[in-house]
Design a protein around this ligand. Structure first.
Ligand code: HDE
Length: 752
């Protein structure tokens, strides 16, 4: 009974206090002899909300499926009263148990020791790579289009499977910024009812190395320098470029990183790739080779480099926030899972491309990506640590119907992903952590070990046995067991060597370069020039320029110009390749769901127009954020950003309804501006907002006084800037612009 007072606690404490004689005579209120004042509760104790599904206790079931008797939610946060970890209620958690008010703390204070000891061990080692990440729950619904080529049940028509996805950067540590230039991880855990399937992919379809044995080398080169531990989460430093320029198989992935793909606008706007070739097997035992792709509903979009840099300071959590905001706003991120299918021939090549080489793609024009299902992320984690930090992916988590190939990078990963969890999650029982628990019944014979959660019954965790009734039994041929496809292994000598085709390091980099639009090429040139410009060693820059010369002379010359170095001649003939239009991010129109529209308002201006516009933005599935000279509300509408807190980088487009003149004590108007043609005085922070949006090629609009503000900012009449009579009218044009993502026509490119 929660309301029952503790048994005469007050009397006990008072008696104890009376017997104390060692306190100094001068002690103030609460001196020995007086009972400690009761600690008031700031709120009335009441039962908390029922725990969410994920807060439940681990499923402590026996191998035969019988519950062990542990209450379902015993590990979650529950009950109105604070307790010890053993469930004893506590009356005080703010004072240590001391020998007198001014005395030393007593070793017998078991609550103090439990609280501090647990805290001391709260942190676990961060992931050695992909440490910075954000996760979300969702569901995958299969179209059934892959039924003929795989027996995997979750790919049967209409089948719905729970998923957990974790996005990440690779190089930075857990607290690093989201918007750095880097590859992004895109790891998906499908909790299928035939066992968990982890598709542990990236947002780029190729990798730096062809053999897993080099992974420590590339990561040591990319991580901060070992002496000063800088730079954090960057590839713009000597060791990275030292490695990739010496190790030319890295050039393809490096160019993807230098392209706009290295700075995604949002996790929601990234493609995902399984990178390796996998093998699917159907019920008849027939096999095909496949590459997995995730295609985002919103299209593939990127930040500009300046935006990415500004966000590193303004909002280092930008991608994480964007993901959670979108899900909580109901703009659920969606991707289609697609596969490229290749015949499973002994050569394991397609159109001359070696399917075991993870530095190669198969252009979509040669093997179209066939859609097999839809992923929707619809729930944010309840607890970051429990779920996003503790989730453990493994490329070897495969259900029946999906198998691996001999890609030497994939083969090494098959070892690494279990091994790393032993250190990171502290032992071999990580699959019992709630987020890692399979949704299929588990009946393994794995026993004991650190952090064992299950209370296994039975006496015979071995096979064969007669004591546990012979359990567990092996699945027969027609009982949907995992099939190791009996691929023929060539009789060959043991060697430390690659297939000969792996020696081609430049042709597909050239293919990628030639597939880019002029704007994208311009960005690639700038990123090489920026990153190499950050290197100290001349020899490294020269060596990388040599690699670029072997990819494309125009690219090489432009980067060399940026560095102020001569462009070398190619040392290998340039490959004759056919560009792949599917590699470019530009030239299409995409849905704009969940995009943010900043609306600059004057509290004394056209608020009816603002209100109408706000509704129109909501109706279009986007997020309107009002930006005013001060916070609070105007005409019943929340002002979410002020001229002081808003920065261009958090908006996809900006609309100006009006902007009041700066208050006398605000920042001074810029010199020269105040004397401009229409002499309208505009807060300089609003002008900065508009200028930055313009520089970042974002859609800009204004109506009424807002049109004058845009004139003041000198942007009217340029591509992607619209003015009109009403907010709703301007928003119509703005939506069209946003569907094309950016207005690059503002910056005609001529160089490439
Ligand atoms: Fe990983 N990788 N990796 N990787 N990887 C890890 O596993 C590794 C590779 C990828 O959100 C680690 O649990 C080796 C390719 C993602 O939890 C570790 C090699 C691709 C994630 C590991 C590779 C990836 C990881 C670190 C070379 C794209 C984050 C912590 C053979 C297809 C998963 C962990 C998450 C994480 C090893 C190469 C993707 C150490 C040895 C190629 C998305 O096991």
């Amino acid at each position: 009974d929660a309301s029952k007072p503790a048994r005469k606690v007050k009397d006990v404490v008072e008696t104890a206090a009376e017997t104390l004689t060692d306190g100094p005579a001068t002690e103030l209120p609460g001196a020995p002899g007086s009972a400690p004042p009761p600690v008031p509760e700031p709120t009335v104790p009441q039962e908390p909300l029922p725990p969410k599904r994920d807060q439940g206790a681990p499923d402590t079931r026996t191998p035969t499926g019988a519950p062990t008797g542990a209450p379902a939610a015993s590990m979650g946060q529950q009950g109105a009263y604070l307790t010890t970890s053993q469930g004893a209620r506590l009356r005080d958690t703010d004072h240590s148990l001391k020998a007198g008010r001014r005395g030393p703390v007593l070793l017998q204070d078991h609550h103090l020791r439990e609280k501090i000891t647990h805290f001391d061990h709260e942190r676990i080692p961060e992931r050695v790579v992909h440490a910075r990440g954000a996760g979300a729950h969702g569901e995958f619904i299969s179209y059934g289009t892959a039924e003929a080529i795989t027996s995997a049940g979750f790919l049967k028509k209409g089948r719905k499977t729970d998923v957990f996805v974790r996005f990440s950067t690779v190089l930075g540590s857990r607290g690093s910024a989201d918007t750095v230039r880097d590859t992004r991880g895109f790891a998906t855990k499908f909790y299928t009812d035939e066992g968990t399937f982890d598709l542990v992919g990236n947002n780029m379809p190729v990798f730096f190395i062809q053999d897993a044995i080099k992974f420590p080398d590339i990561i040591h080169a990319g991580k901060p320098h070992p002496d000063r531990e800088i730079p954090q989460a960057q590839s713009a430093h000597d060791t990275f470029w030292d490695f990739v320029s010496l190790h030319t198989e890295a050039q393809h992935h490096t160019m993807w990183n230098m392209s706009d793909r290295g700075i995604p606008r949002s996790f929601r706007m990234m493609e995902g790739f399984g990178v390796h070739t996998f093998r699917l097997v159907n019920d008849a035992g027939e096999t095909v080779l496949v590459k997995f792709h995730w295609k985002p509903k919103l299209g593939v979009h990127s930040l500009t480099w300046e935006e990415a840099q500004l966000l590193g300071g303004m909002d280092p959590d930008f991608h994480r926030r964007d993901l959670y905001d979108a899900i909580e706003a109901g703009a659920f991120p969606e991707w289609e899972l697609g596969i490229q299918i290749f015949p499973d021939t002994p050569e394991e090549t397609f159109a001359g491309i070696d399917l075991l080489d993870p530095t190669k793609i198969v252009p979509e024009e040669l093997a179209p990506v066939q859609r097999v299902g839809r992923l929707t992320l619809n729930r944010t984690p309840t607890n970051f640590f429990a779920e996003t930090e503790q989730v453990a992916f493994h490329v070897g988590h495969l259900p029946p119907g999906i198998d691996v190939t001999n890609d030497p990078l994939l083969q090494g990963r098959l070892f690494s992903y279990v091994d790393t969890q032993l250190t990171r999650l502290g032992g071999p029982n990580f699959s019992q952590i709630p987020v890692n628990r399979p949704h299929a019944p588990v009946n393994d014979m794995l026993r004991d070990g650190f952090h064992q959660q299950a209370v296994h019954a039975g006496v015979a965790p071995y096979r064969p046995n007669s004591l546990d009734g012979g359990n567990p039994f092996r699945a027969g041929d027609d009982e949907n067991a995992f099939l190791d496809v009996p691929v023929r292994v060539a009789e060959a000598p043991k060697v430390r060597a690659n297939p000969v085709s792996f020696a081609d390091h430049f042709s597909q980099v050239r293919l990628f370069w030639l597939s880019m639009s002029p704007v994208e090429r311009e960005h690639i040139i700038r990123s090489y020039a920026f990153e190499l410009g950050k290197c100290y060693h001349q020899a490294i820059k020269e060596r990388q320029l040599q690699c670029l010369a072997n990819i494309d002379p125009v690219l090489c010359t432009q980067v060399a110009n940026g560095l102020g170095l001569p462009a070398p001649e190619p040392t290998t003939p340039l490959s004759d390749v056919t560009p792949s239009a599917a590699l470019s991010q530009l030239g299409q129109r995409w849905p704009t769901d969940g995009r943010t529209v900043g609306i600059v308002i004057d509290p004394d201006g056209d608020l009816d127009g603002v209100s109408e516009l706000r509704e129109a933005v909501f109706a279009a599935g986007m997020v309107p954020l009002l930006i005013g000279p001060h916070g609070g509300t105007v005409a019943g509408m929340p002002v979410q950003r002020t001229f002081a807190t808003a920065r261009s980088v958090e908006f996809d487009a900006v609309l100006v309804a009006g902007a009041p003149a700066p208050a006398p004590d605000a920042l001074p108007a810029r010199d020269g501006r105040a004397a401009s043609a229409d002499s309208l005085s505009v807060d300089p922070r609003v002008l900065l907002l508009i200028e930055e949006c313009w520089r970042h090629a974002k859609a800009i609009g204004g109506w009424g006084v807002g049109g004058n503000v845009l004139r003041r900012a000198d942007v009217t009449g340029t591509p992607g800037v619209v003015t009109g009579d009403s907010g709703a009218e301007v928003f119509g044009d703005l939506q069209q612009l946003m569907a094309g993502h950016r207005s690059w026509e503002r910056f005609p490119t001529s160089r490439v």
